[in-house]
Design a protein around this ligand. Structure first.
Ligand code: 23J
Ligand code: MN
Length: 260
């Protein structure tokens, strides 16, 4: 066994005592996009256009053009995404210090509650009960809400749209500010299309997770998958967004390292 930390780490990876879990949804034309009310600007869905595929357009090579909104599929939300986070230093995808892109995660399993109620909201009290079992959320941790929602994939049940909008579980309006202030988390992650609940546009403070997390210079992760493969504590996430200059977010290949 090497005494060098990074050599120990790569040995643990090759011996599979540390495993890598992919928390990313496939990114394709069918990837669900949150439709905002028609008076607002709209995000582009993911589109792939072939440039050449070992053919007359390029006999030896295959490549594509792609287009999409920054907040498409599994993605990272930077503080500059919300008006409350617009004046923080280093608040965009190109300026966030890169060490922020590796951080531990706490996973709160509410699969049962979310299965019973598409509008389930995770409260501070619920998180405190989780802490009584698993310990206090360490500063600088991601808090990931495990709902099982990613199992809906690209089906209509994922956005769960009704006449009054989307119905997807998310944080209770009071939780994001509490997590930012009282626990100093690095950010909030969810299996839904955005970090907020489906009905969050109609809350007293609309989109409280975006508002309070980004207002506190914290981050978001949306459309996460495979959270059922993570332990409640002890996983480490790798979440670098693309280095879009002044970007508000970007699709992200989110990886988790887990022991054992
Ligand atoms: C803009 C406005 C509202 C929302 C969102 C974007 C997202 O969900 C997002 O991906 O950041 S709720
Ligand atoms: Mn987003």
């Amino acid at each position: 066994m090497s005494t060098n930390l990074l050599m120990q780490f790569t040995q643990a990876l090759s011996q599979k005592t540390i495993r890598v879990i992919d928390l990313t949804q496939p990114l394709q034309a069918s990837t669900p996009i949150l439709p905002l009310p028609p008076d607002f600007g709209q995000s582009w869905p993911f589109r792939l256009e072939e440039i050449s595929r070992y053919d007359e357009r390029g006999p030896g090579w295959y490549w594509n053009n792609f287009s999409c909104g920054e907040h498409t599929g599994t993605h990272f939300d930077a503080p500059i995404h919300w008006v409350t986070g617009k004046d923080h230093a280093h608040n965009a995808t190109d300026s966030i210090p890169v060490d922020k892109f590796i951080a531990p995660a706490c996973v709160i399993d509410v699969t049962e509650e979310a299965g019973r109620d598409a509008d389930f909201l995770l409260t501070c009290e619920h998180v405190e009960r989780w802490e009584a079992q698993h310990g206090r959320i360490p500063e600088g941790s991601w808090v990931l809400m495990r709902t099982g929602w990613s199992r809906h994939g690209a089906s209509s049940a994922y956005l769960n749209l009704r006449e009054d909008g989307s119905h997807v579980p998310g944080p209770h309006p009071e939780l994001p500010e509490w997590l930012a202030r009282e626990r100093n988390v690095i950010g909030w992650g969810s299996e839904g299309v955005g970090t907020d609940a489906g009905q969050a546009f109609s809350f007293e403070t609309p989109f409280p997770c975006h508002c309070h997390m980004h207002g506190a210079n914290k981050f978001g992760l949306a459309s996460l998958a495979n959270l059922d493969q993570l332990p409640p504590t002890g996983a480490v996430l790798i979440t670098p967004p693309l280095k879009i200059v002044n970007g508000s977010g970007s699709p992200c290949r989110v990886l988790a390292l887990v022991e054992g």
